[in-house]
Design a protein around this ligand. Structure first.
Ligand code: ADP
Ligand code: TRP
Length: 335
């Protein structure tokens, strides 16, 4: 059975981009893969300066994972902070990471340009991410398009470490310290979901749609999505419209509902089809797709003991796996 690892930062409320780009894939994979899915709380410290907020956001991501449909019977769900060995692995990998590799990483430039403090933690963020990944020997890492570079860095660092400390591993992978994982990125419209302003949906751009919002504010949020000014009786280009792109990311580009909507854009019915109609269709799709999840989320919020137990079991499974990999890496490096 192939092993899968992925995680999300608890840096605010999750949104449809996180669901379509990442969580939806975790749920699909959990039936026939060995799963490790965690909450990247150490990573969130690159931006958080508020302990109570971080604690609350971390807990909320776990609840949202479970509400969306991660099943603890199939997926080990844990907090990064409960597996502190990843910090040791980060150090081992830092020592084989050429500085220019971090200089080239785009996320540091993007995040500092947006005003995040240019800390060393933010600068070396991809090395911590590589440690998260390599720590459990996964085959696959499902993520959104924006994480592609981080997975490439992970592969490079694993190869460098193997090159220095695992002689012969280039010819015989069984001699390697770290397994080289593959990124798994949706090839369709789910890979980068736009936000209400048409830019990439992101927690830090305040352009997200949170499917767990109450109905009224949720509808208001959906109605805020940008649109051009094509009149309602004119054909519209679905591929260029943000509402359509979000709809397609949730329902799937080949889904009947998406095809039906695409058709209405191209051939408006005689009484017209405007962006307001498309937004209403998206609002209804969200309620429909996430109806179960919304109910489950309320139940989970009222059952902290259950959530605690899930995290305890998840951490135990992760620590066992990580201990093996860490021991291998330490020994190979001469510690
Ligand atoms: P954010 O940009 O909102 O802070 P994260 O960086 O925490 O999101 O991303 C968590 C996961 O969700 C990653 O796998 C990322 O690729 C995915 N993701 C984030 N935003 C989007 C988006 N707009 N479209 C598709 N996937 C996304
Ligand atoms: N950097 C990822 C993000 O912003 C979160 C993350 C941290 C992650 N460690 C990971 C994702 C390991 C996949 C695997 O979304």
């Amino acid at each position: 059975m192939k092993r899968v690892l992925s995680g999300l930062q608890p840096s605010g409320r999750l949104h449809l981009g996180n669901y379509c780009g990442a969580i939806k894939q975790f749920i699909r994979l959990q039936d026939n893969h060995e799963m490790f899915v965690f909450v990247a709380s150490y990573h969130a410290l690159t931006s958080s300066r508020n302990a109570a907020q971080l604690r609350a956001d971390t807990r909320q991501v776990v609840i949202d994972y479970l509400a969306f449909g991660l099943d603890p019977a199939k997926t080990n769900v844990y907090l990064q902070q409960d597996v502190p060995q990843v910090c040791e692995l980060t150090w081992l990998l830092s020592c084989v990471c050429p500085k220019h590799m971090m200089d080239k990483a785009t996320s540091f430039k993007d995040k500092t340009a947006r005003g995040l403090p240019a800390s060393i933690g933010l600068y070396t963020y991809p090395i911590l991410q590589a440690a998260d990944i390599l720590a459990v020997d996964p085959d696959l890492v499902p993520v959104g398009e924006d994480q592609r570079q981080h997975i490439e860095i992970t592969r490079d660092l694993a190869q460098k470490f193997n090159h220095h400390f695992a002689p012969g591993s280039a010819d015989d992978p069984s001699k390697a310290v770290f397994k080289i994982p593959d990124a798994m990125i949706r090839a369709d419209s789910g890979a980068t979901v736009p936000g209400v302003d048409g830019q990439k949906m992101s927690k830090s751009y305040n352009n997200g749609i949170d499917p767990f919002m109450d109905e009224k504010p949720l509808r208001k949020r959906v109605m805020k999505i940008v649109a051009d000014s094509t009149p309602i009786d004119q054909p519209k280009d679905a591929g260029r419209d943000t509402t359509f792109q979000i709809f397609s990311a949730i329902a799937g580009s080949e889904d009947e509902r998406t095809k039906d909507l695409r058709d209405k854009y191209a051939n408006p019915p005689s009484d017209g089809f405007g962006y307001g109609h498309a937004k209403q269709a998206l609002f209804e799709l969200i309620l429909d797709e996430f109806g179960e999840a919304r109910k489950r989320r309320v139940e989970l919020m009222n059952d902290p003991g259950y959530v605690e137990q899930v995290l305890k079991d998840g951490a135990a499974a992760a620590v066992a796996r990580v201990a093996e990999v860490t021991a291998r890496a330490r020994a190979a490096a001469g510690l």
